[in-house]
Design a protein around this ligand. Structure first.
Ligand code: HEM
Length: 406
């Protein structure tokens, strides 16, 4: 594990893997938006951080200059590509055909059909907390529901849940600063999905209708109008990105919602009195507590907001910061439960816009309403200063102990 020297100046020496960043990134980003829209660091082999709405959108749409061949910034050299996770690590034109092959599994119709199952899961998870005075809204609820949902979609045993959680934490959190941790987890998860694919292949026509079978049978359109099956790398990589993309993003969002409501009794009262606000509240929570910050690889020298950015380096595009840009949103740091025209970027922008956004929205809506039906009145059971946040590309509270008041 590398020693992390403290940050001297966030405009010239940022470190998005530090505990200080995890604790205070909304405040740090507010200052960067104001003073330095393209921050720099000589850490991570030299990297940049883009914080204003306009610049994030522009860079995310310019896939020629800002490539997705790498989407995280860790201590690896930028030319060390690491895991190939199609479609997220592909640029056009290779990206589109892989994405299109996966999209039907996350359509509004597929998501609607899944809703009763997710509702049943949410109720079952909460049932285990019945009668308790303190329930951890993150560890005992938010972090369990998306793991169950993704396990169900992959058609794997619920007993795999703890391994999913371990792999996600190792790859997108601890493994960013400790590359051996990431390597071990990546090997394990690759072997796991390779074995799942072999099982489905052995079942032939009798294979269950799940995401592993879908990927096994998926076809990539080719430019000549024909098609070919996914390669083994495409199969395993796409299964891994669906697992990584589907789990701690959603758990971080749900955890942030419960933390906010446990510390803002007026919002909790408004939401329980008007449950019809839940869909717009989910959008507003996504905007205010956007969990995902993504990286790109710079393919040629370019400029962002008039600042030169160098070829071969990586850049962080802060969707969380864009979503609080006062140039784009009124009262950006406030939760406005009925905010209209809330075109936030929590799910990204451009060709890589989240593949699972329908599923995520449904899980968040069901997750939040099920909690509120059972526990309409609660408060944070510790000092807010004691709540810590995850380090890495996905930000959310690690633990949210809530005192149940009804
Ligand atoms: C609150 C929950 C979620 C948030 C905030 C979120 C956020 C994002 C963001 C910001 C991107 C764009 C990345 C980029 O610009 O490179 C993305 C892409 C992606 N997400 Fe999500 N996500 C969520 C849930 C899910 C779920 C449930 C899945 C289920 C499979 C999923 C799968 C993916 C995949 C596969 C991509 C890559 C799409 C592509 O490259 O075309 N996400 N997500």
């Amino acid at each position: 594990m590398t020693e992390r020297p403290p940050v001297a100046d966030w405009t010239t020496d940022f470190d998005h893997l530090s505990e200080e960043w995890a604790a205070k990134s909304p405040e740090i980003l507010a200052e960067l938006r104001e003073r330095c829209p393209v921050a720099q660091t000589e850490r991570f082999w030299g990297a940049y951080l883009v914080s204003r709405h306009t610049d994030v959108v522009r860079a995310a749409r310019d896939t020629d200059t800002f490539s997705s061949r790498i989407t995280i910034i860790n201590d690896n050299h930028p030319d060390n590509i690491g895991l190939k996770l199609p479609p997220i690590t592909l640029d056009p034109p290779e990206h589109g055909p892989i994405r299109r092959a996966l999209l039907p599994s996350f359509s509004p119709k597929a998501t609607d059909e899944l809703e009763p199952t997710v509702l049943e899961m949410a109720n079952r998870i909460l049932e285990a907390t019945a009668g308790r005075e303190i329930v951890d809204g993150a560890l005992e609820y938010s972090q369990l529901l998306p793991v169950e949902v993704m396990g169900y979609l992959f058609g794997v045993s619920p007993e795999v849940g703890p391994s999913f959680r371990r792999w996600v934490s190792a790859i997108v959190r601890d493994g960013l600063a400790d590359l051996d941790v990431a390597r071990v987890a990546a090997r394990e998860v690759q072997e796991f999905f390779a074995a799942q694919l072999r099982d489905r292949a052995a079942l032939g026509d009798k294979a269950p209708d799940d995401l592993v079978t879908t990927v096994l049978n998926a076809q990539v359109e080719s430019p000549d109008g024909g098609s070919r099956p996914f390669s083994e790398i495409e199969r395993i990589g796409s299964l891994i990105i669906m697992m990584l993309g589907g789990i701690d993003t959603t758990w971080s969002s749900l955890g942030s919602m419960l933390l906010h409501l446990g510390t803002h009794p007026e919002d909790l009262a408004q939401l329980t009195a008007h449950p019809g606000l839940i869909p717009s509240a989910v959008e507003e929570f996504l905007r205010l507590y956007s969990p995902v910050t993504i990286a790109r690889y710079i393919t040629e020298d370019a400029e962002v907001a008039g600042c030169p950015v160098g070829e071969g380096r990586r850049v962080l595009l802060s969707y969380p910061s864009a979503n609080r840009d006062p140039g784009h949103f009124d009262r950006p740091d406030e939760l406005v439960l009925d905010r209209e025209d809330n075109r936030h970027m929590a799910f990204g922008v451009g060709v890589h816009r989240c593949l699972g956004s329908n599923l995520a929205r449904m899980e968040l809506r069901v997750g939040l309403s099920t909690w509120l039906e059972r526990y309409p009145c609660f408060e944070l059971a510790v000092d807010p200063e004691e709540v810590t946040f995850s380090v890495g590309p996905v930000r959310g509270p690690r633990s949210v102990p809530l005192r149940i008041l009804n």
